[in-house]
Design a protein around this ligand. Structure first.
Ligand code: BG6
Length: 501
């Protein structure tokens, strides 16, 4: 089979021609994320006209209408690419719109005919369910009835994978009734982010950190995923989920796993996922009686962001609600490496900036030889800041001597690695990487069912206990509720507020 290979791409980026069937192909996720990501891959030559993309939906517009809608979401890519308009028109020509009722399977014969034309054991057929999880089971049954679930078929699904462990198991049973675990790709888009993958490179491709990466040298770890957006028209979903379910159970838990996991024996799907699972299973459970010391929940009130007035959550929603739009959580991993090291994690909407960071704070020096020379001592800790988005990069805070006379006057200075300046290239969106990995059959950056369940097993008791707490209102444009400070074990610890772009 002829493989795609664009000379500007590394050999390892080569993938074999595949068929992508995007169910919900004219919906929001497809237009905002999936097709633009595929378009970028098309511009780069990683996919080409040997690939076929099917946008499947109950009702489909004309291809012209579809192209004109999609164009808005591809505007940046078109502007940046050489011959952007022509490339976009070529890209549209590999898209087929298919009207299919995914519940009854009506219309599926047309899709089947298309797929059969090129069917072979080596040509992956990827079914991406960009629809409500309540329809996942029915969609899988329809594919099965139509005879589309061949040995080369793969299934892609995305959160919300349940509201708790029980409903996540029920969804999984529906998928597994038709697809084998090896063919199921559960997306957590945070795993596709370049800097999140870089976290693994930082830890497992360098030797200098590994000897320090434990409770002997690390004081605490913080993860902040701050968003400045509010409800974004997703009220019915969000008010039913809240930040614990929407962000913590998946994205933040995955980040904790990558920071805390043991080095896997190799960078292969099951080795990596086994190690992440061990972290999740080592989390100290949080129950009703320990909740107060470990959890702060908040909800945004009115305020202003970037000089613009913003409404409160209740105003946006149109009614009062107890849904959490902010969560700060202190957790412990009960294993040899991490015993006693608090992980402080938080996420919130309508915060001052959109910025995500992981901050590793090392222990302070045990004895300060400069104290007397210094007068006012400066015993700040070394800190490694891993900036996930935007302005991706690494910063290592070291203590240096101030130049000039006046004795050993110490001050914190920074070693900065900005990925923008270093690589001078656009960082691909998470979906670009993940969509190519499905075609390649690489599950390393996808969640296995047992990971999803282990994360719910940790979060479920917290949600049940938190049910009785009213979220603390915080001002939009702030860094969350005041009381989040109460989580710290030690008064020298504090939240590190990320700056915006
Ligand atoms: C999604 C959540 O999974 O992640 C959203 O449902 C959230 O509520 C989004 O806004 C954040 O993703 P990113 O990539 O913008 O950090």
């Amino acid at each position: 089979m002829e493989m795609t290979h664009n000379k500007s791409l590394p050999e390892t980026a080569t993938i074999s021609p595949s068929d992508y069937v995007i169910v919900g192909g004219t919906g929001d996720l497809a237009l905002r994320k999936i097709f633009p990501a595929l378009f970028y891959r098309y511009i780069d030559g990683q996919i080409n006209d040997q690939f076929r993309l099917f946008a499947a939906s109950r009702k489909v517009p004309s291809i012209e209408e579809f192209a004109s809608k999609l164009r808005d979401f591809c505007a940046d890519a078109i502007a940046q690419a050489q011959d952007g308009e022509t490339r976009f028109a070529e890209f549209i020509s590999i898209i087929h719109l298919i009207a299919i009722d995914i519940v009854s399977g009506e219309g599926g014969e047309v899709l089947k005919e298309h797929l059969n034309q090129k069917a072979s054991e080596t040509r992956p057929v990827i079914f991406y369910l960009a629809i409500s999880p309540s329809l996942f089971g029915k969609a899988c049954q329809s594919f099965d009835r139509l005879g589309l679930v061949t040995s080369s078929a793969r299934l892609v699904v995305e959160k919300p994978l349940g509201r708790d462990a029980q409903s996540a198991r029920a969804i999984n049973d529906e998928l597994r009734a038709v697809f084998d675990e090896r063919a199921i790709y559960r997306i957590d888009h945070y795993l596709g982010k370049e800097t999140v993958q870089n976290l693994m490179a930082l830890r497992f491709a360098n030797t200098i950190f590994e000897s320090q990466w434990n409770n002997t040298f690390i004081d605490n770890i913080q993860i902040t995923v701050a968003e400045s957006v509010g409800l974004e028209g997703r009220a019915s979903y969000y008010d039913n989920y809240g930040a614990l379910r929407d962000m913590v159970q998946n994205h933040l838990m995955q980040l904790v796993c990558l920071v805390a996991m043991e080095p896997p024996a190799s960078f292969t799907a099951d080795q990596v996922r086994d190690e992440k699972l061990r972290v999740l299973r080592a989390l100290r459970p949080i129950h009703e009686d320990t909740l107060k010391d470990h959890l702060v929940i908040g909800q945004y009130g009115a305020g202003s962001i970037d000089g613009e007035q913003t409404a409160s959550y209740a105003e946006e929603l149109g009614q009062e609600s107890n849904t959490d739009t902010f969560v700060a959580l202190k957790l412990y991993i009960e294993n040899w490496r991490w015993a006693g090291v608090p992980f402080y994690i938080r996420t919130g909407k309508r915060m001052a900036v959109r910025a995500s960071e992981i901050i590793v704070t090392f222990k302070k020096r045990s004895h300060d030889i400069f104290a007397s020379a210094n007068g006012a001592e400066n015993n700040e800790a070394n800190r490694l800041v891993i900036r996930l988005q935007p302005q991706e990069g690494l910063q290592l805070q070291l203590i240096s001597k101030q130049p000039g006379p006046g004795g050993m006057r110490l001050f914190p200075s920074q070693l900065n690695l900005s990925f923008d300046d270093t690589f001078k290239t656009r960082l691909p969106d998470a979906y670009e990487r993940l969509l190519m990995d499905v075609a390649r059959g690489n599950q390393t950056l996808f969640m296995r069912h047992d990971e999803v369940i282990a994360a719910w097993d940790f979060i479920d008791p917290i949600i049940s206990a938190a049910h009785f707490i009213a979220p603390e209102i915080y001002e939009s444009g702030s860094y969350g509720p005041e009381s989040q400070k109460s989580l710290f074990d030690d008064e020298t610890q504090n939240w590190h507020n990320p700056e915006g772009a």
